[in-house]
Design a protein around this ligand. Structure first.
Ligand code: NAP
Length: 249
């Protein structure tokens, strides 16, 4: 695609997407449109153009790409956002527009960690021992299976309140990353947490909870990433920019 990259669609909802928009928008060769699902109110400011809300499946995304004369799609969505990544990959194939994925590597278990690997959210919700106090950090959209467990205590941390009721044996902690090691250690200690439940999101903004659990010798239920549609995948913004430069010649 030498010379013809001008309008770039970034599928966002992550810190990396926001940073990438800033990097590309400052480069005179590109016009950037970042797309957000609209799950959080008042998202952090993003450089360039921003649109909010679903496209209406693959067909809607394909129409958007054509109408906006998009030359490149960058899927910089969260590693657990599988549907939009599948839609992006399919829309790329159908329109002939390249689709790159920007995806941070998963966290690896380190010495001192005590992880149990979980296939999905439901498995993690089932695995919490009866009577345990669990810090659940899976986000408000997927907290329901934990709230359904009435034999445990759930401390559910999320950015915005859940849309459904919070049972009496659960409490919600509203907070937006990044979190420091000291903050995470304090939460685990003050709330007398027995087990941490987390998605393997990767990245630095939410890693301190893993370090704090390690320091306190707490077990972690680590939920594996979902399988994603195939795409050329770059692990960092720098790698993606290098790839782009190479393509531009
Ligand atoms: P998902 O299950 O993959 O997507 C569901 C639907 O939401 C998509 O089919 C699409 O609707 C719409 N959508 C998702 N991302 C979009 C975007 N960037 N722009 C426009 N529409 C989008 O996604 P999810 O897991 O609900 O996550 C939603 C958003 O939150 C993602 O953008 C993701 O980056 C961010 N996020 C997710 C997580 C997580 O753990 N899942 C964590 C942090 C941030 P249409 O089919 O109508 O186009």
């Amino acid at each position: 695609m030498p010379g013809d990259v001008s309008r770039i669609l970034i599928l966002g909802g992550t810190r990396e997407a926001r940073e990438l928009a800033g990097r590309l928008d400052g480069d005179g060769r590109f016009q950037v449109i970042t797309s957000l699902a609209g799950r959080t109110t008042g998202p952090n400011p993003i450089a360039g153009e921003v649109r909010v809300g679903g496209f209406g499946g693959v067909e809607g995304l394909r129409d958007f790409i054509a109408a906006e004369r998009i030359a490149l799609i960058v899927d910089a969505t969260h590693p657990f956002a599988a549907q939009i990544s599948a839609n992006a990959a399919h829309a790329g194939v159908r329109t002939g527009i390249p689709c790159l994925r920007l995806e941070r590597p998963p966290w690896d278990e380190q010495k001192g960690d005590n992880w149990t690997h979980m296939a999905d959210i439901e498995a993690a919700a089932r695995a919490i021992p009866e009577g345990a106090r669990a810090l659940v950090t899976v986000g408000r959209q997927e907290v329901a299976p934990f709230f359904a467990r009435r034999d445990i205590h759930v401390l559910a941390r999320m950015i915005e309140p859940p849309s459904h009721g919070v049972p009496g044996n659960a409490e919600v902690l509203l907070a937006r990353p990044p979190f420091s090691f000291e903050q995470e250690r304090a939460v685990l200690e003050e709330k007398r947490i027995d087990v941490l439940v987390t998605k393997n999101s990767g990245g630095g903004a939410t890693y301190a909870k893993i370090e704090a659990a390690r320091a306190l010798g707490l077990p972690v239920l680590m939920i594996a990433r979902p399988g994603k549609a195939e795409a050329v995948t770059l692990a960092s913004i720098e790698e993606l920019l290098e790839h782009l430069e190479a393509q531009l010649g």
